[in-house]
Design a protein around this ligand. Structure first.
Ligand code: SF4
Length: 462
């Protein structure tokens, strides 16, 4: 019996989607949002301490990334799952000085001092919530202490709110060469409905300012499916961004989660329900056509770039599973053999750094097929799957195992085949996370008889 025949109806529908669907909008029932199956084995604290010491003592010249998590925001946006702390001056001061200490002490260890770092991403939270002096301390410490490659992409993520000239100067003086701005929408009513503060005009003026400095790529995030946002409002957002000359745009779907603040407001009838997933599919496909008409390139399924100035290197290299040094509170990193994350809560983070220890909260050993999972999901994130590479990594004709699923997608026009390469059509691109997850599920069903695919976390909108 093949893996497909062994599935019950519910699991089959999770992996294949709705095989009777007549349009792509109902190809799957719900958007899946996390990659289950890739979780490695969690290490006990003593084992984690040993694994960390072992990794730090080894030099390596593999590709490397740096991620810094700044866990503060001036206000809380309703849709967000990343909010941690309100920006309080004394806590941000304590955090900044601990962060500099954490980077300095790590930088002396072989794993951090060897090789070159290809991309740095300062995210959060909102790094722009820090003061200009705190931003300077963080960025200059990174620049001075870590071996950044000459062509290192150095991204500072921020919202436009309270982004002063002094903060911009602090970024540029320290070598930031890419700003990632959370815009979400230029429409004041839509953006304020989800908790953003600035009006649309203020956001546009900020983008004009950053573009006129001509010192760094400017990439923005836009969202579709916001409350009060019509399809034509979303297309207008894209056209506005294009007129402003942004170097890149990431187009994200708003996902509403059952336990989130946004759902709370919708239930209280303080906000209208957002468009359903099927309606969002229409926003997506129209936006896709507009981006193609405007001549943008698509380095990944959610990201579009005007030319090569916005390299989006960090995003790409993260999905490929490259080594990642994590700093700050609530940051996730990777050594060559392990994944780890730092303490999310400020107290233990500050306490451990003060005691001269890496503030690691948890560590896990890579899944035995981590490289294969990374290859599959990073290729699908770029809109294709190369059969020859998958089979070579699996050391086995895994694509033959995938065949029932790929054929089903092909029939429903979610993919096209070019020899042994499968490419996602624009319709398939709307479901790329489900498709990557389905391939990983199939891989695990084949190799691991005890594996059960789960819906884990899915969007709550209909
Ligand atoms: S600023 Fe960013 S991290 Fe903070 S709450 Fe808003 S979306 Fe979330």
């Amino acid at each position: 019996m093949s893996w497909a025949e062994a599935l019950d109806a519910e699991k089959k529908r999770l992996i294949f989607g709705n095989e009777d669907s007549t349009g792509f909008a109902s190809a799957y029932d719900k958007k899946r949002t996390v990659h289950a199956g890739s979780k490695g084995q969690v290490l006990a604290p003593e084992e984690a301490a040993k694994a960390w010491m072992g990794a730090c003592s080894q030099t390596s010249d593999v590709n490397k990334l740096v991620y810094v998590n700044v866990p503060f925001c001036q206000t809380r946006c309703l849709y967000c799952g990343f909010f941690k702390n309100l920006a309080k001056a004394d806590m941000m001061e304590a955090f900044s000085s601990a962060l500099a200490d954490e980077i300095k002490s790590s930088a002396q260890l072989p794993m951090f001092s060897s090789g070159s770092i290809n991309a740095v991403y300062i995210g959060g939270g909102t790094p722009g919530a820090l003061s200009a002096e705190q931003i300077s301390l963080m960025l200059e410490t990174i620049k001075e202490r870590l071996p950044l490659a000459n062509d290192c992409e150095f991204t500072f993520e921020t919202r436009t709110y309270q982004l002063t000239d002094e903060k911009i100067d602090a970024c540029l003086n320290a070598g930031v060469n890419r700003f990632s701005l959370g815009v979400q929408s230029f429409d004041t009513k839509a953006r304020r409905s989800i908790g953003r503060v600035d009006d649309g005009d203020t956001v546009m003026r900020m983008i004009e300012k950053l573009k006129s400095l001509n010192e760094a790529a400017v990439s923005i995030d836009l969202m579709f499916g916001l409350p009060y946002q019509s399809e034509s409002d979303f297309i207008e957002d894209i056209l506005t961004a294009d007129r402003l000359g942004v170097d890149g745009m990431a187009l994200y779907q708003l996902n509403v989660f059952d336990d989130g603040k946004l759902m709370e407001k919708i239930k209280e009838e303080k906000l209208p329900p957002p468009p359903t997933t099927a309606e969002q599919a229409v926003y997506f496909i129209k936006a896709h056509a507009v981006m193609q008409r405007l001549g943008y390139m698509q380095p990944s399924m959610a990201h579009w770039v005007r030319d090569t100035r916005d390299r989006s290197l960090y995003n790409r290299m993260t999905k490929q599973g490259n080594m990642m040094h994590a700093f700050g509170a609530g940051a996730g990193g990777r050594t060559q053999q392990h994944g780890y994350f730092t303490h999310m809560a400020l107290e233990p983070y500050l306490g451990m750094v003060k005691a001269g220890r890496k503030p690691i909260m948890g560590m896990s050993r890579n899944h035995e097929r981590q490289r294969l999972h990374n290859l599959i999901s990073s290729q699908i994130d770029c809109g294709y799957l190369r059969g020859d590479m998958v089979d070579a990594e699996a050391d086995f004709r895994l694509t033959e195992v995938f065949e029932p699923l790929i054929s089903s997608w092909e029939k429903r026009k979610l993919v096209e085949r070019f020899g042994t390469t499968v490419k996602l059509t624009p319709q398939g691109q709307f479901w790329y996370v489900n498709m990557a997850q389905s391939l990983i599920d199939v891989t695990e069903l084949y190799f691991n008889s005890g594996y059960t695919p789960t819906a884990a976390k899915v969007a709550a909108q209909n």
